[in-house]
Ligand binder design. Sequence first.
Ligand code: FAD
Length: 408
Amino acid sequence: MSESYDIVIVGGGMVGASLAAALAPLPLRVAVIEALPPTSSEQPSYDDRATAVAYGSRRIFDAMGCWRALESAATPIRRIHVSDRGRFGFTRMDSRDYGLEALGYVIENRAIGPALWDQIGGHDNLRMICPARVSALTVAGDGAEVTVSREDGGSERFGAALVVAADGARSPLRELAGIDNDSRDYGQTAVIANVSTSQPHANEAFERFTEHGPLAMLPMAGRRCSLVWTMAPEAAARVLAAPEDAFLDELQQAFGFRLGRIERVGRRQSYPLTLVRAGSQTAPRVALIGNAAHALHPVAGQGFNLGLRDVAALAEVLAAAVRDGDDPGGASVLEAYEQWRCEDHERVITLTDSLVRLFTNPLGPVKAARGLALLGLDLLPAAKAGFVRQTTGLAGRLPRLARGLPVA
Ligand SMILES: Cc1cc2nc3c(=O)[nH]c(=O)nc-3n(C[C@H](O)[C@H](O)[C@H](O)COP(=O)(O)OP(=O)(O)OC[C@H]3O[C@@H](n4cnc5c(N)ncnc54)[C@H](O)[C@@H]3O)c2cc1C
C-alpha cells in the first residue's frame, strides 16, 4: 500500500524546498523526498557556494514568509560593475537609479537550506522525507506513484496527483518520465571560494570578463567576497592545486585592484559547466522545476532565480486548480504551467548563453564589439533599464508571489 499526497516533490534542494514552502498556505498535502539532509557534506544544493538572489526573488521569498529567516544572512548588492579585462568598455548599475533597495542579495547556500527546511517543518500539510532516494515512477490516468529506496535497503511507495521533479540538472525523475534533454558542455569550470580584500566592497558586485572566462566577486559580510572564477578545466585544475600565494597572485592579476589587495582565500571548489535544457517542462502527471528543467552557466547569477520563478508560477497554477476544484496533476494545470514558463526560460537561457559566447570569443572584431556593447549599455539608459529588469527578475509576466502578493 502506498501513502498518498496531492503533490510529491522529488528533491529538497534550494528549488524543491522553495516550492514546498510556497505551497504551505494551500489546502494540499505535500511530500518532499530528498536524498541527502542539508547538513550532509555531499549535499549538492546547500554547499559552499553563495547565491546572488535577485531583487525579484527576494520579493518571492518575502511573499512566501521566508525572507525574515534569510535576511540576517543576506548581503545587499547595491551596485554592479561590469567590465572587460584589458578593454575600454565598462558599465555600472546602481539600485537607486531603479528605485530598488538593492539589485539583489548574496546568501550562502548553507544558510538557505536550514531556513527553507525550518519553514517546511512548521506546517502540518508539508512532510519532508529524508534521506530517501526516488528510484522509480509509474503513471496511471488518475495519478502517479514514486518508489523510494531507503538507506537501510528497504523501499516505499508514495502516490500523488502530481510529481514535481526538482532533482537537479541530471534529474533521474526527468529520465524516468521519458523527457529528453539537450545538453552542451561549455568546456569551462567554475572555481569558487570566499576571499577577503584589503578594501571594503561597499556592497558592490563585480562581473569581469577575462580572456579565459567571466569572473564574479559578490559582496559578503565584512570584507569578504564570494568568488566565481570561470576558466578552462586544465586551468581550473591548476589554480585549485596552487599554493595560496600563487592563487592570490593569479586572481589579483585577473581581477585587478578595485578592492585593493586580495589577502586570503578560503576552501576552493570547482563545478564543470554545462547548459542543460529539458525538451519539455511536463509529462503526464509530472512537472519539472529548477535545474531539472534548465541548468545554466552561472554568469549573471540567473539559474536559481529562474528556478524560483518556476516555483512561483507552478504554485499559482496549483492555487487556481484548488480554487476551481480541478485535478492538481491534470492536463490543464500542466499545460498552463508549461505555457507560462517557456518565454522566461528562453529569454534567460539566451541572455546567459549569449554573454558566455560574446565574452569568450577571442576574435579581435568581437572583442571590440563587446567593448562597444558595454559602453552602449552605459550610454543608453533604456537598454540598461531593460537589462536590469531582466536580471533582477522583474521582466515579463510576473507571478503573484513575484509581485509581493500571497499565492492565493
Ligand atoms: C558555481 C555556481 C554558482 C552559481 N551561482 C548562482 C547565483 O549566484 N545565482 C543564481 O540564481 N544561481 C546560481 N547558480 C545556479 C544555482 O546554484 C542552481 O540553479 C540551483 O542550485 C538549482 O537548484 P535545484 O534545487 O534545482 O537543484 P540542485 O541544487 O541540484 O538540487 C537537487 C536536489 O535533488 C536531490 N536529488 C537528486 N536526485 C534525487 C533522487 N533520485 N531522489 C531524491 N532526491 C534527489 C539532491 O540531493 C539535491 O538536494 C550557480 C551555479 C553554479 C554551478
